[in-house]
Write a protein that binds this ligand. Sequence first.
Ligand code: GTP
Ligand code: MG
Length: 197
Amino acid sequence: LFAGAADFYAAAQTLDRLPPMEGVEIAFAGRSNVGKSSLINALTGRNTLARTSHTPGRTQQLNFFRIGERLSLVDMPGYGYAAVEKAKVEAWTRLIHAYLKGRSNLARVFMLIDARHGFKSIDTDVLDGLDKAAVSYQVVLTKGDSLKKGEVASRIAGIEAGLAKRPAAFPQVILTSSRDDSGVPELRAAIAKLLVE
Ligand code: GTP
Ligand code: MG
C-alpha cells in the first residue's frame, strides 16, 4: 500500500472546498508543531509531500493525500497555537469540527500527542468533542526519539489510563518518531487494517 505512489490532490480552507467523500479517509490531528505533516511524510516515504516547519502554524488548511486506489490521508491544521489571529483560529475550528463530524468516509482520526508532554488540556478538550460526536480516534505519540528509554513505558501507561473511559478511543497507543521511523511500520499496519474493515 505505502510502496506505491502518494500524491497531494486537494486542499480545503472552507467546507465547500472539501473533495467528495470517496474511499477511506484517515485524518491526522493534534496541536500545532506536534509533527502531523512530518508523520505523513514518514508514512509515505516522501520527505517533501506534506510541508513541515519549525514554526507552529505551518499547515493552514485541510490537505488531502491519496495513497493507492482508495486511501486518503488528511493533514489538518494544528490547534492551540496562540500566535495565529483569533478570526483565523475560529474559522479553522469551525472547518475542523464540521469536517470531523460530517465525514462519513472518515475511518479514524489519529490524534497526535507529543511523547514528551502527554495530554495538554487543549488535547483533552478535543478528545471530549470527538467522544461526544462518536468520531473514532487513536492516539499516536510523536517525537518518540526525544523520550528517554526509561520514560517510554510510564508515558504510554499514563496515556492509556487517560483513554480508558473515553468511548470513541481505540485503546492501543502507537509510539512513533518521524526522525528514526520507529513505530511507522506499526502505524502503516493499523491503517492497512482499517482499509479491510
Ligand atoms: P502544524 O502544521 O504547524 O500544525 O505542525 P505539524 O504538526 O504539521 O508539525 P511538523 O510536521 O511541521 O513538525 C514540526 C516540528 O517538529 C519540525 O521542526 C519537525 O522537524 C519536528 N518533528 C516532527 N517529527 C519529529 C520527530 O519524530 N522527532 C523530532 N525530534 N522532531 C520532529
Ligand atoms: Mg503541518
